[in-house]
Write a protein that binds this ligand. Structure first.
Ligand code: NDP
Length: 277
């Protein structure tokens, strides 16, 4: 499936974001803005892969001469298994969101952790080092960002299914696991990496987790206030959504492909100001 962002041409470098569903993805708009800003001659389009056809879709992109692709839900783990080479972020996340097609090989990277850390530290101005951090969720997003939080004083992973949180922290120092309703202390940074933002479900979180002096509540979801963000706001926390992370992880992918670092704040603003669809 191609769309209006596609510009079939022999001389521009082509990229795509592969997922299912995919038409909602803002990645083409983000990369189009980066390309314009940095004078890069690229095209970037949505690519819907059948649920049982991720590898075939990627092989087809390579055959057509594409230079790379982003990978989104539900294919990040499958992408990891497809790669011929992986960077350290992809290895520790066991998931890949950025593919680079080079010399008939597929290189896999994971830029989610870099994106989250840049958004928290550079855009929101909050240091990770020395903080008590709580991550809610133990799925692909939590795996993707955990290793980017080096320097934190302590990390707690809370998940509905405790065994998955225990699996995620295995072998990692200063990291513990809990169920949501057993959390009993305040944190400086709380990251909602569950998919409940998509369904609007509330998590059974005690109010004590929101440090009254200094707390950032960060939801990886963007576009609307989630029950987690509402609870955090009512408990006096600074609240942020995941749009900055989305743009920052895209900027890192753009840099991997083009070796040019785009400016991100204007692009975050551009996407935030889009009419709600
Ligand atoms: P996964 O499906 O891999 O994991 C989902 C997680 O949410 C699991 O921990 C799961 O718990 C938990 N969960 C789901 N439903 C409930 C519920 N009703 N109550 C409690 N916990 C629940 O998804 P991902 O990790 O890939 O994605 C998570 C979110 O992060 C998505 O909303 C995604 O859009 C967002 N994201 C945002 C990015 C950005 O750039 N802003 C980048 C990457 C992801 P359990 O283990 O018990 O099933």
């Amino acid at each position: 499936m191609t769309d209006k962002y596609a510009e079939p041409s022999n001389y521009i470098d082509r990229y795509a974001v592969v997922g299912n569903p995919i038409s909602h993805s803002k990645s083409p708009l983000i990369h189009e803005a980066f390309a314009k800003q940095t004078n890069q001659n690229i095209s970037y389009e949505h690519k819907l892969a059948p649920l049982d056809g991720f590898e075939a879709t990627v092989r087809d992109l390579i055959a057509q001469g594409y230079k790379g692709a982003n990978v989104t839900v539900p294919f990040k783990f499958e992408a990891y298994n497809l790669c011929d080479a992986l960077d350290s972020n992809a290895i520790s996340a066991q998931a890949v969101n950025t593919l680079l097609f080079k010399n008939n090989r597929i290189e896999g990277r994971n830029t989610d952790g870099v994106g989250l850390r840049r958004d928290i530290e550079q855009n929101l101005g909050i240091e990770i080092a020395g903080k008590n951090i709580l991550i809610l969720g133990a799925g692909g997003a939590a795996y993707g960002v955990l290793n980017s939080l080096v320097g934190a004083a302590r990390i707690m992973i809370a998940n509905r299914t405790l065994v998955k949180a225990l699996e995620l922290i295995r072998g990692i120092q200063d990291c513990e696991a809990s169920r949501f309703d057993e959390l009993d202390m305040p944190y400086n940074i709380i990251i909602n990496a569950t998919s409940t933002g998509l369904t609007g479900e509330a998590l059974p979180l005690p109010d004590v987790i929101f440090n009254k002096e200094n707390c950032l509540a960060y939801d990886m979801m963007y576009g609307r206030e989630t029950p987690f963000m509402k609870q955090a706001r009512e408990n006096g926390a600074q609240v942020a959504d995941g749009l900055g992370m989305l743009v920052e992880q895209a900027a890192e992918a753009f840099y991997i492909w083009r070796e040019v670092r785009p400016e991100t704040l204007s692009v975050i603003q551009l996407i935030r100001n889009l009419p709600k669809s």
